[in-house]
Ligand binder design. Structure first.
Ligand code: HEC
Ligand code: HEC
Ligand code: HEC
Ligand code: HEC
Length: 410
């Protein structure tokens, strides 16, 4: 390689200026308050959650994938729901709560209150028990393996291409989080090989990546290690967001670089973890180009790092449903919550004010286990029905309850 000596100082100067500007912007960004956090299930400890599932007697009535009680629905992956995410878990639990409490009374059990961190442990456990991600369709995944061109380079049990490894033998397929990490780390090598196939980089739409993962999980023979992944640490994730340079191009909650899209809350539709894997895959070549042109090394992720990063996003409510404050006020009235909590959730003599807390799926479930029985008694004494929620309500409801109280009055 020949280096043009005369031009080098200019290059160095430019690099230094860019680096300084970057440093200044990062420091300024940090001086601003840290992104506001809320509790996320990814920071829960699934082992502790598994123990809670026993000690809180959930297992008395519920099974996980066939093992456990038979008095109530199985909460494991064998369920044939097509979509069972965190929002759905909380809404079904909320809607079924009075029935559940009745059942508990019959069984001489009490709904014991749980702390927020206990609920996130429990959710971490249920998440890994595969309750909470979209169950993909392995048959569709098999078809995608061919139509997206994976088969040109990868074999499954000896059948297919030999450019890349046989996907029946790889590890890192246990959860969408590990899948994201695996794909991300290997994408650069794949991107290099792609031009030889004459195919464009394949893109995955919403549910396709989940079907693909279901297929690879089905054929994979490697030992599973789901439970080594969590608890993930959102604070470490925040560090990684900075050290892996994501912050250079992506803002969270409006602050940070704007070369790529903002990754904080404020998206239209909630994204599932496996959709996140799809998004990272789809945008990989362009991100890579942007990194190259800025002299940024493409980072890789090891061990728990991707889980930590996702815990950070999750603590920003990135994976939570999001919606509009206005619509949320409507939902709050339509479902009957305002009857006791007031039209602006400011509180009445029948129920406390709910504005200005950071409400998300974990805190709503915590509130259900803590305050639900009293709330239920109150509905009975007023002669009104238990207010039920739709899964689609949550985003709007959270937007409304999390908005500052002044906005509500007008
Ligand atoms: C005494 C039995 C009992 C105990 C203990 C119990 N549940 Fe339930 N649970 C039920 C019943 C019964 C239903 C279904 C109610 C209905 O069909 O309306 C239910 C429903 C649910 C649902 C909704 C399931 C669905 O998809 O329809 C979730 C989630 C849930 N329970 C979670 C838990 C958790 C977490 C615990 C422990 C903290 C727990 N339950 C403890 C009896 C119980
Ligand atoms: C043009 C060839 C090519 C195509 C097409 C291709 N891959 Fe790859 N893939 C590779 C190569 C080469 C590697 C090894 C990369 C490395 O060593 O970093 C790889 C690695 C992987 C890995 C990581 C394997 C491990 O060891 O953990 C996964 C997972 C993977 N590919 C999935 C896919 C999927 C899914 C598709 C289809 C959407 C696909 N690949 C399409 C060439 C390809
Ligand atoms: C050099 C700039 C750059 C860096 C560094 C970078 N990205 Fe990106 N990212 C982009 C661009 C540009 C896009 C949009 C690409 C496109 O439209 O195809 C993008 C898209 C994405 C998307 C899809 C977003 C969506 O809403 O669909 C995700 C997720 C993402 N990046 C995550 C990350 C993470 C995590 C890191 C750190 C490991 C990172 N990015 C580092 C530039 C970057
Ligand atoms: C019949 C009156 C009544 C209705 C209807 C009602 N609530 Fe409540 N709610 C209460 C009472 C009373 C409490 C406090 C219970 C306690 O102190 O244990 C409460 C507590 C709560 C809490 C916990 C507050 C905290 O301090 O942590 C939340 C969250 C909540 N309700 C949300 C809702 C939502 C969402 C709806 C509608 C789907 C609703 N409530 C409908 C009476 C009601």
């Amino acid at each position: 390689m020949t280096i043009n000596l005369r031009r080098r100082p200019a290059v160095w100067l430019a690099a230094a200026v860019i680096a300084l500007a970057l440093l200044a912007s990062v420091v300024a960004w940090q001086r601003e308050h840290m992104p506001q956090r809320s509790v996320s299930f990814l920071s829960g400890d699934p082992i502790a959650g598994g123990m809670l599932f026993q000690s809180k007697r959930c297992s008395h009535c519920h099974a996980i994938n066939g093992s456990g009680g038979k008095l109530a629905p199985d909460l494991g992956s064998g369920r044939n729901t097509s979509r069972a995410n965190l929002g759905q878990l909380v809404t079904t639990m909320w809607n079924h709560a009075p029935e559940m409490w009745k059942r508990m009374q019959q069984e001489n059990l009490r709904a014991s209150p749980m702390s927020q961190s206990e609920v996130s442990d429990l959710f971490a456990f249920l998440y890994l028990a595969r309750y909470m991600d979209e169950a993909g369709d392995a048959t569709k995944g098999h078809r995608l393996f061919e139509t997206k061109g994976c088969i040109r380079c990868h074999a499954i049990r000896g059948e297919g291409g030999v450019v890349g490894p046989d996907l029946a033998n790889i590890s890192g397929v246990d959860t969408p989080i590990q899948w994201t990490q695996t794909l991300w780390n290997h994408a650069p090598a794949m991107e290099k090989q792609f031009p030889q196939t004459g195919m464009p980089w394949p893109r995955f739409d919403k549910s396709e990546m989940s079907d693909m993962l279901a297929y690879v999980r089905e054929v994979s023979t490697s030992p599973r290690s789901e439970f080594r992944l969590l608890p993930a640490d959102p604070v470490r994730g925040w560090q990684l967001f900075k050290t892996k340079s994501c912050i250079v191009c992506h803002a969270v909650q409006g602050e940070g670089g704007h070369i790529g899209p903002d990754l904080g809350v404020g998206r239209e539709a909630p994204i599932t973890m496996v959709e996140f894997a799809g998004a990272m895959w789809n945008h990989s070549p362009q991100m890579f180009r942007e990194m190259n042109s800025r002299g940024i090394q493409r980072p890789t992720f090891n061990g728990q790092e991707m889980a930590d990063l996702m815990a950070f996003f999750s603590s920003l409510r990135y994976f939570e449903p999001n919606g509009s404050t206005e619509a949320g006020r409507g939902v709050f009235a339509a479902r009957g919550c305002s009857r006791c909590h007031g039209a602006n959730a400011e509180g009445t003599s029948l129920g406390p004010g709910l504005r200005g807390q950071r409400v998300n799926s974990v805190s709503l479930a915590t509130a259900l286990w803590r305050h639900g029985p009293e709330m239920y008694r109150r509905t009975q004494s007023l002669g009104i029905a238990w207010p039920k929620l739709n899964e689609n309500d949550l985003g709007d409801l959270f937007a409304f309850l999390n908005s500052p109280a002044e906005e509500g009055r007008r």
